[in-house]
Design a protein. Structure first.
Length: 320
């Protein structure tokens, strides 16, 4: 038996079987009768089986036992091929398919809300979330392992096209009883004289440069270690100071601290894609992310509890 059965041959086989004649099948297929006969003869040779035998009246045919057995399989193969074509068409238009999105838990709230909105409009389009540090996300986009990735503070990157999706505020933490903690939103210039516990530039150059540009006359404070340790030290130190960090998950719950968004600077978050690879599916995801509103930042999303609580993971604070 040969191994080169074509879908077109199966289509002709099903037409002849349903019409019970080469002539009527040729009319249905809008193909010369000789071409229909040639396709059927070729299929029989490939399969090593006789599929039809002469019927009555003349020019009619009927299925052999082998033909009857193969007919449902041929119909199933044609239906499967049609589903392949429909799926391919959906992928081309972005209505279905798979997008591999590199992300971080810092973006979880906004990403999940965007995916919920996207699922309502394109229920057959899947987005698989892949967590990795920011440099790892960019490398995976360059290699094609990720179709896109969310990145923070990146303004240019080799081999990457960046599409802005939103901006977000930095968060400042300072002692709850300090007079500067009274406003719900802080202006960085007002904090310039208060000692700042700032992450070293080698740990997070983008954050360091962003803050020092916004507060050029900032007052250096005690060293920043990890975010959790720094917040604990800030809450217990005799001399007041402050620190700044990216929002990432639930805010620390410590009634000794005030967590406030900074009015400026705003931190850019972008969707990183390989140049020329903004497919319809990735574009649909980009639109959903861009349209998702910024969640409110409150000092304490839940009633404060006594004592310090787990803060943002240091790796998230450093890498975004």
């Amino acid at each position: 038996m040969g191994a080169a059965v074509e879908l077109r041959q199966l289509e002709y086989f099903v037409a002849v079987a349903e019409e019970l004649g080469l002539g009527r099948a040729a009319e249905r297929l809008e193909t010369p009768e000789g071409e229909v006969r040639r396709r059927i003869d070729g299929l029989e040779r490939e399969l090593g089986l006789r599929l039809f035998e002469p019927g009555a009246p003349p020019r009619h045919v009927r299925l052999t036992a082998a033909g009857e057995r193969l007919l449902p399989e041929a119909r199933a193969a044609l239906a499967a091929a049609d589903r392949v074509r429909q799926t391919a068409a959906g992928i081309v238009t972005g209505m279905e398919g798979l997008v591999r999105l590199g992300t971080s838990r810092a973006f979880a709230d906004r990403v999940y809300r965007a995916l919920g909105a996207l699922a309502e409009r394109r229920p057959r389009l899947r987005v698989r979330l892949e967590r990795a540090p920011q440099e790892g996300r960019l490398a995976a986009v360059r290699s094609g392992t990720f179709d896109a990735a969310l990145v923070r503070t990146v303004r240019r990157a080799e081999g990457i096209a960046l599409y802005p999706v939103w901006t977000e505020p930095l968060l400042a933490a300072l002692p709850a009883g300090h007079p500067l903690a009274a406003p719900e939103e802080l202006h960085p210039a007002r904090l310039a004289r208060l000692p700042l516990r700032l992450a070293p530039r080698e740990t997070n150059p983008a954050l360091h440069d962003l803050v020092t540009a916004a507060v050029p006359d900032w007052t250096p404070g005690p060293p920043f270690t990890t975010l959790r340790a720094t917040l604990d030290a800030l809450a217990t130190a005799a001399e007041p100071s402050w620190t700044v960090f990216h929002p990432a998950g639930p805010l620390p719950r410590d009634r000794r601290l005030a967590i406030r968004p900074l009015r400026a600077p705003r931190v850019p978050v972008s969707l990183a894609v390989r140049p020329g690879c903004l497919t319809p599916a990735v574009r649909a995801l980009l639109e959903a992310l861009t349209a998702t509103a910024e969640p409110p930042h409150t000092p304490h999303p839940r009633p404060p509890l006594p004592g310090p609580a787990p803060a943002v993971h240091p790796a998230e604070a450093a890498s975004g």
